[in-house]
Design a protein around this ligand. Structure first.
Ligand SMILES: Cc1cc2nc3c(=O)[nH]c(=O)nc-3n(C[C@H](O)[C@H](O)[C@H](O)COP(=O)(O)OP(=O)(O)OC[C@H]3O[C@@H](n4cnc5c(N)ncnc54)[C@H](O)[C@@H]3O)c2cc1C
Ligand code: SF4
Length: 327
């Protein structure tokens, strides 16, 4: 690993200032479960000479559940989110998604901010420099994407533009279904945006010096029921091939609101709007679930290696809808 200076930030302002210090290339570090692997593998064409530790900032790991909202600091560990009684009771898909990440060891180190901001898992992007040199690609500032004509089995089938790597974060999918907002702070002040808008086809919307400081989740609607399902190749410790977060509100037997969000199918959590529209205004039965599942794949554009994701999504969405309404 290339040597770097490790600096422990004591405040958000200090961290943001360190990240844009003139003459230094800096990266933020939280739990380090993603960043340190990426640095060891030498995947960055311009590796950092300063690593800014966010864990030393006090108070950024709080999980505060109130009537009005849930607020989770960016440094909250996934294990703490998964076992938080209030998250499990009122925002269960958030707890389920945090629990679905990796292994106990990783969940005990990994933070919410790191999970949302982790690098993509595209194996061209991640190819270790020590094995004959790293692979250049669009996401690293190169001219093209070598994956698109190569092995695309885990790549995007929605919204891929130039880069076809998928957002690997499980919590992002659940948070998008819960209509959560990401709180960002940086040299230009504080701003908020929906969690799914954190992502661009080539990375995140974070500007130099900005960090994610918290996530705000509104209270669940009366009568809403939700579920998070994840399909992986390997049973334990694996990234999603496809995941679905479904949140459905029923009143007097009819669906009054639905949010269906797919994970690992695009550069950001993908909201299946047509499928949601199919559910709203009617009872949710087997036929409605099957029709909504069909709508969910309507806009899919598989690459040559990943058309198998289409029937997988259809099946997972149908199951998620029925599982949500059956509680
Ligand atoms: C074996 C293995 C299996 C895994 N399986 C899954 C899985 O099934 N599902 C899943 O979702 N993830 C999975 N992961 C990824 C894992 O969840 C992430 O490594 C972890 O969540 C990152 O959190 P961290 O705090 O360690 O981040 P770090 O490694 O510290 O940081 C990750 C990235 O985010 C940036 N960053 C960190 N915090 C902030 C912040 N507050 N603001 C802005 N930028 C920030 C860093 O600069 C870095 O680029 C897996 C990882 C491993 C190693
Ligand atoms: S899919 Fe994206 S990350 Fe992967 S090689 Fe192509 S440009 Fe790079």
């Amino acid at each position: 690993m290339r040597p770097f200076r490790h600096v422990r930030a004591r405040t958000v302002e200090e961290a943001c200032a360190l990240l844009v210090e003139p003459g230094a290339r800096a990266r933020a570090n939280a739990g380090g479960t993603d960043l340190l692997g990426a640095l060891k593998d030498g995947i960055y064409p311009e590796p950092p000479d300063v690593v800014v530790d966010l864990k030393s900032i006090p108070g950024l790991d709080a999980i505060e559940a109130e009537d009005a909202e849930l607020r989770v600091g960016a440094l909250a560990r996934l294990a703490d989110i998964a076992r938080s009684e209030s998250v499990r009771t009122r925002w269960p898909i958030f707890a389920q998604a945090a629990q679905a990440v990796a292994s106990p060891q990783i969940r005990n180190m990994a933070t919410l901010g790191g999970n949302l901001c982790q690098e993509v898992r595209c194996w061209y992007f991640r190819y270790p420099a020590g094995l004959g040199g790293s692979i250049d690609c669009l996401r690293k500032g190169g001219p093209r994407c070598p994956a698109v004509k190569g092995d695309t089995r885990y790549h995007a089938i929605f919204e891929g533009r130039g880069c076809f790597a998928v957002c690997p974060s499980d919590t992002a999918v659940a948070l998008a279904a819960l209509d959560a907002a990401a709180v960002i702070e940086g040299p230009g002040g504080r701003r908020e945006l929906p969690v799914q808008d954190l992502y661009t086809p080539l990375g995140t919307v974070l500007e130099p010096g900005e960090i994610l400081t918290a996530v705000r989740v509104p209270p669940p609607d009366d009568g809403s029921q939700s579920v998070f399902l994840k399909f992986t190749v390997r049973e334990p410790i694996d990234f999603a091939v496809v995941s679905v977060a479904a949140s459905i509100t029923l009143q007097e037997g009819a669906c009054t609101d639905a949010r269906l969000v797919l994970g690992a199918v695009g550069p950001r959590p993908y909201r299946a709007l047509e499928a949601e529209a199919r559910l709203i205004g009617a009872p949710v039965d087997d036929q409605a679930a099957a029709e909504a599942a069909e709508e969910a794949v309507a806009g899919a554009k598989p690459l040559r290696g990943n058309a198998y994701k289409v029937p997988l999504i259809r099946s997972l969405v149908g199951r998620a809808i029925l599982a949500a309404v059956e509680g």
